[in-house]
Design a protein around this ligand. Structure first.
Ligand SMILES: NC(=O)c1ccc[n+]([C@@H]2O[C@H](COP(=O)([O-])OP(=O)(O)OC[C@H]3O[C@@H](n4cnc5c(N)ncnc54)[C@H](O)[C@@H]3O)[C@@H](O)[C@H]2O)c1
Ligand SMILES: N[C@H](CO)Cc1c[nH]c[nH+]1
Ligand SMILES: [Zn+2]
Length: 433
């Protein structure tokens, strides 16, 4: 079912590179399809949205009102939930809120001896658009993970888009929007939803930033509209890398690998372990457990396409390979996870210990589940409150300060050949100072 590799193989590095190669977000055909969709929405607005929703989501809507959900409908969905579901959503929301409140950045300033004041004003974005995926599965947890940090940051207006294939609305998704304080929901998906948020239409207001994961069409659209609006990241399919010392119940690890594989045929699940016999046990667990999984076709395809069981020399080598892979999720299923964590530099989220299954992070541990994928954890971070805040520099210059700064600026401006810059600084210089 899954590729078996060993770091002692002579061609291990090229095999690993092959396994990690992921180019869907820059697939030229997808980019071309998305460019056409973006242009159509830009030119024909709501009419194009209705057309694409019919074509891609199988949803026949007479007008945009049929694709718009007001707060009262979100509340009604919340009220329809079974109490146990409502409590689970509320509990997850509380934990996510508590974690993200620690990320709030505050404005700061300091005063220099001559009275010049310098600082940074931190302000929330005015209006953001949250993309919640809904093609192959529904993601109430993604509603919480996007909307709560925005709310904590103080964003004034939160617009959410979510596709509803064949018009099937998911109460948990709408209830999560209610709990998180989303202002309006449009049942739109794919590149057309991203275009609507980026450019605005007669119905949909233009937003300042679009966040949230999605499939290759969503990713390509976000990449294309960046600059018109901000984006959080270009997220690829889900990934999990497990490092195990061979002592965790193999069924647990097998299910952890399935948990990300079941998202998508191109999701990635990899296990690193120094013990070849243990890798065989996990393979046996997977073979036994797979037939009982409702999404077994997706899991099988994902594991065959992009999964691997890799034998490493030792845990130190496993850490090195993890840094090379820079996975979205990294489980350290070992006796001393903190010692191993100290060797990890690149991972979106690190799950420590045998009990920390990645699924807990997806739903309710507290940290965000929107994470850098496709090796971007080398330079990117989890979605957070900081993605919904921005910074403005503050510069107050006293008369005395203008004398010191003016002379420096004037010299540098002349060096750059910029006369107006130099004079602008020099006009404020006072005789005798
Ligand atoms: N990183 C995260 O936090 C996170 C969370 C949840 C899901 N995900 C990932 O998000 C992805 C969700 O993908 P999905 O497909 O289920 O939902 P989606 O909402 O991203 O995509 C569905 C939309 O894709 C568009 N589409 C489908 N086929 C098309 C075509 N041929 N041409 C143009 N547009 C087309 C349609 O408009 C449809 O509404 C999965 O890869 C999943 O792993 C990531
Ligand atoms: N694992 C996904 C992020 O890669 C998030 C998610 C939502 N629901 C289940 N899982
Ligand atoms: Zn998941």
């Amino acid at each position: 079912m899954m590729k078996r590799l060993s770091t002692t193989q002579i061609d291990f590095q090229p095999q690993l590179a092959d396994l990690l190669a992921f180019e869907t977000a820059q697939n030229p055909q997808v980019d071309a399809d998305v460019a056409a969709i973006l242009q159509a929405v830009r030119q024909r607005g709501d009419a194009a949205l209705l057309e694409y929703t019919r074509r891609f989501d199988g949803l026949e809507a007479a007008d945009m009102a049929a694709l718009t959900l007001q707060p009262a409908e979100l509340l009604a969905a919340y009220q329809r939930l079974a109490p146990v579901q409502r409590e689970a959503l509320e509990a997850a929301a509380d934990r996510v809120r508590r974690y993200h409140q620690r990320q709030l950045q505050a404005s700061w300033q300091y005063t220099e001896e001559d009275g010049t004041v310098l600082g940074q004003a931190v302000t929330p974005l005015d209006r953001v658009g949250l993309y919640v995926p809904g093609g192959k599965a529904s993601y109430p947890s993604s509603v919480l993970m996007n909307a709560i940090p925005a709310k904590v940051a103080g964003v004034a207006e939160i617009i959410m888009v979510v596709p509803t294939p064949r018009g099937e609305r998911n109460d948990l998704v709408l209830a999560a929007a209610h709990i998180a304080g989303v202002d309006r929901v449009y049942t739109l998906g794919g590149a057309q939803a991203v275009a609507a948020l980026a450019y605005g239409t007669a119905t949909i207001p233009q937003v300042d930033k679009i966040t949230g994961p999605g499939n290759q069409y969503v990713a390509a659209a976000k990449r294309a509209v960046f600059g018109v609006v901000g984006i959080d990241m270009v997220a690829g399919p889900s990934e999990i890398l497990v490092i195990c010392d061979g002592q965790t119940d193999p069924d647990w690890v097998a299910m952890d690998l399935f948990s990300q594989a079941e998202h998508d045929e191109i999701a990635q699940s990899i296990l690193l372990c120094p013990d070849a016999a243990y890798l065989t046990q996990v393979a046996e667990s997977m073979a036994r457990l797979l037939p009982g999984m409702p999404r077994q076709d997706i899991i099988r395809a994902s594991l065959a396409n992009r999964g691997a069981l890799i034998q490493v020399r030792d845990l130190a080598e496993a850490a090195e390979i993890a840094n090379q892979i820079a996975p979205e999720h990294l489980e350290l299923s070992v006796a001393d996870p903190w010692a191993l964590q100290a060797q990890i530099r690149h991972a979106g989220a690190i799950f420590l210990g045998r009990y920390a299954s990645e699924a807990l992070g997806d739903y309710c541990a507290g940290p965000n589940h929107v994470l850098p994928t496709s090796r971007t954890a080398r330079f990117a971070s989890p979605l957070g409150v900081y993605d919904f805040q921005k910074r403005s520099s503050l510069i107050y210059v006293s008369a005395a300060g203008a004398q010191t700064l003016g002379r420096i600026a004037s010299t540098l401006a002349h060096g750059e050949g910029l006369q107006a810059h130099a004079l602008s600084a020099e006009y404020r210089l006072q005789e005798g100072c």
